[in-house]
Ligand binder design. Structure first.
Ligand code: 13P
Length: 278
């Protein structure tokens, strides 16, 4: 594998694999989740050798069904399953919650932590994000830690300090040897569900800032950093062609197999381009 040496290189030339994750939020019944999984598989199976890592994050109640749709029905499809949130404790009197131990038992492999909707509506704060990130690692779940500024913070010039402090807080007490297992997602709150995408070069600048922030405590060379916020087929080529964007955390466009598979294909095409130019 070649080392990423310059900022003119895209992820496609780096040793980091692209990761395309679909966060379904509170959409899809169990039956719809299974149907989606099978249809997506049919749409992307031909690209198998160059596929990015693909993660489906259904609602908690559909996790088991999607794991089984992948493992049994499809004979081990090239996707993984992620939860959208979890508690940090293994078990206890936490009514309504799901623990990392339970997710690991279901063969869920990823978990989204600190999504801005969790921060906004469910009191998720930097300390809980940190505790959950540690708990995920302890259970061999890959955390996808979300960070990002609000519109107000962007307009008052606080983007870099907000993002840096969220990243530093998430990393508290985590060994540098675990950094390669972490995934961060830069999701500017003003770009989520609004149709307003962050310009690719600005998204890349903030993703590079996240990498630098991690890099102050250890190597961030293998840490994957995703962009999220109104990612769609029309802007995915540009976003995925950036040096420090290693994939996408997709909301709305992950709910339809056509748009989600088009974003996956954009990652495949970046890798194909890299193979051709190497
Ligand atoms: P949208 O892609 O719908 O803007 O959502 C982004 C998001 O929040 C993914 O976690």
């Amino acid at each position: 594998t070649r080392k990423r040496a310059s900022h003119t290189m895209s992820n496609a030339q780096s040793s980091r694999r692209y990761l395309i994750a679909g966060n379904w939020k509170m959409y899809k019944t169990v039956a719809e989740a299974k149907e989606f999984t099978r249809t997506l598989y049919d749409q992307i199976r031909e690209e198998e050798s160059l596929l990015p890592d693909i993660v489906l994050c259904p609602p908690t109640i559909a996790l088991d069904a999607v794991v089984h749709a992948i493992e049994k029905t499809l004979g081990g499809a090239p996707f993984s399953v992620g939860a959208q949130t979890m508690e940090s404790h293994d078990e206890g009197a936490y009514t309504g919650e799901t623990s990392p131990k339970m997710l690991a038992d279901l063969e869920v492999e990823y978990v989204v932590i600190g999504h801005s909707e969790r921060r906004q509506y469910y009191n998720e704060v930097d300390e809980t994000v940190n505790a959950k990130t540690k708990a995920a690692l302890a259970h061999q779940l890959t955390p996808i830690v979300c960070v990002g500024e609000s519109l107000e913070q962007r307009e008052s010039g606080q983007t870099d300090t907000v993002v840096t402090s969220q990243v530093e807080a998430a990393l508290q007490g985590i060994a540098a040897s675990d950094f390669e297992k972490l995934v961060f997602a830069y999701e500017p709150v003003w770009a989520i569900g609004t149709g307003k995408t962050c310009e690719a070069d600005e998204a890349n600048r903030v993703c590079a800032l996240i990498r630098q922030t991690i890099g102050k405590k250890g190597s961030a060379e293998q840490t994957r950093i995703l962009y999220g916020g109104s990612v769609k087929p029309e802007n995915s080529d540009q976003l995925l062609g950036q040096s420090d964007i290693d994939g996408a955390l997709v909301g709305g466009a992950s709910l339809k197999t056509d748009s989600f598979s088009a974003i996956i294909t954009a990652a495949v095409n970046q890798k194909k381009g890299a193979v051709v130019s190497a």
